[in-house]
Design a binder for this molecule. Sequence first.
Ligand SMILES: Nc1ncnc2c1ncn2[C@@H]1O[C@H](COP(=O)(O)OP(=O)(O)OP(=O)(O)O)[C@@H](O)[C@H]1O
Ligand SMILES: [Mg+2]
Length: 205
Amino acid sequence: MERGKFITIDGVEGAGKSTQIKFICEYLKTKGIHVVLTREPGGTEVGEKIRALLLSNSTGQMHADTELMLMFAARNEHVQNKIMPALERGDWVLSDRFTDSSYAYQGGGRGLDNSRIAQLELWVMQDFTPDMTLLLDVPVEIGMSRVESRGKKDRIEMEAMDFFDRVRQAYIARSKEFPDRIKLIDSSQTIEHTTEQIAVILDTL
Ligand SMILES: Nc1ncnc2c1ncn2[C@@H]1O[C@H](COP(=O)(O)OP(=O)(O)OP(=O)(O)O)[C@@H](O)[C@H]1O
Ligand SMILES: [Mg+2]
């Protein structure tokens, strides 16, 4: 049995991740690929409980290191109990956010040192990485205006614009550091414009 491929999709709020995921699933299905769709933080029973703690406004103040470690605790559960078993079965896995989010939000946004994040990454993942990451890039104001009508913001979405600007810049820096894995996609125009770019990239897999 050939091992499946692991694809992640990442980017700031309103970049269009959830929108494009629907297209990606359909597109891969037409190629006869069985896709397991999942998300971070979460994707498992324990992971979704950690997600609720991380994102609920009722959680209150949390030290940035605690937030980082909870993200990786949820990720460990996700990798060990969901992602790896699916890939070993030959399924493909598509995750809405993954480790690049930790570098962007806890690194860029919260200002944690990348080397600390890398320590946890090494512990949880060893040399396991996505086969491909689709990074949807959009100016923060455009992304925010797309999600404005969604109503109540979660604990991380409550952050100010400059936080999300740092998040976006950290994502862009990651894409420069790992140009083979992370495909930077302009997601500032129409949904179709983004979809077309994704289709071209998926055809290279
Ligand atoms: N290229 C686009 N142009 C205009 N609107 C878009 C575009 N892509 C997505 N949208 C719309 O913007 C909103 C947010 O998109 P979506 O939920 O896919 O973003 P997201 O990246 O998943 O956000 P979040 O990080 O908050 O989950 C949706 O209403 C979607 O229809
Ligand atoms: Mg989404």
